[in-house]
Write a protein of this length. Sequence first.
Length: 346
Amino acid sequence: MQNEIQAHDNILALVGNTPLVKLNKIVADIEGAFYAKVEALNPGHSSKDRIALHIIEEAERKGLLQKGDTIIETTSGNTGFSIAMVSIIKGYDCILAVSSKSSPDKIDMLRAMGAKVYVCPAHVSADDPRSYYQVAKRLHEETKGSIYINQYFNELNTAAHYNTTGPEIWEQTNGKITHLVACSGTGGTISGTARFLKEQNPDIQVIGVDAYGSVLKKYHETGEFDANEIYPYRIEGLGKNLIPSATDFTAIDTFIKVTDEESAHMARHISKTEGIFAGYTCGAVMQAVKQLGELNTFTAESKVVAIFPDHGSRYMSKVYSDSWMEAQGFLNENATEETPKVQVIR
């Protein structure tokens, strides 16, 4: 009798169940035990695979999608890649409105996955007709047989992480997690994960990571949207110039802000100390952990999970490019991370 072939039906079967990896060298100077939830090991290399699959399958279940229909979304790159991947398998067209802040690597990857891409200016208000929010809405109105994912205002974004990321972390830590540290952009990842974990243990502290130039931290603290907080920043997929309804601010205990420069260097530092090829937002969440350690947030008994959202390959022309780092003023006498020079043998 022949053995059956051990194979998945398609790439989508690999979404979720990402590993928890203990951090060692990079946290040697902080009390507590620290673990990275490595979302780059999803097949689309980011946590956004979870929401793309969940939202699209819910639309199918409700009869909102037929083969040949079009899926439209706003994205800084990762969600778009995940949607394009799901669309390929399920037989849909994909149109993406992308922020100009997205790295050229991400935009090239979207095109490689068959998506039609519109690059929109990053530093305009959310209600500007050129913003990627408004462009996606217009494209949806103009495209017959389309759905607009609208991740910033879609409760299914949060539900995807409540159903998967939260339970995975609870099981992987055997319920011993004391702190969750995660970046907040749309807010789906941190909110859904936090909701589940706090249902299991309301004492778990949930810390959101925000960017300077974003309104989220102040809104969480005051309930007020302060447009004066908004100014251009470089980190992708983190922070916002609007308040996404996908963010459950009641599930988040506090926010901490990180800088573009420190987050960029921290991404490089993760790669060189832990061997995890980290994306820019991974650098941001790790920078937040380091700052929290300096504030004596953790004790020797702390069990801290940091969600690492994506993969360093998405940032080869940015944080892993010395020329880009130098152009931003990030490579100077204070820089701690040096990239080895390439030696050409002739």
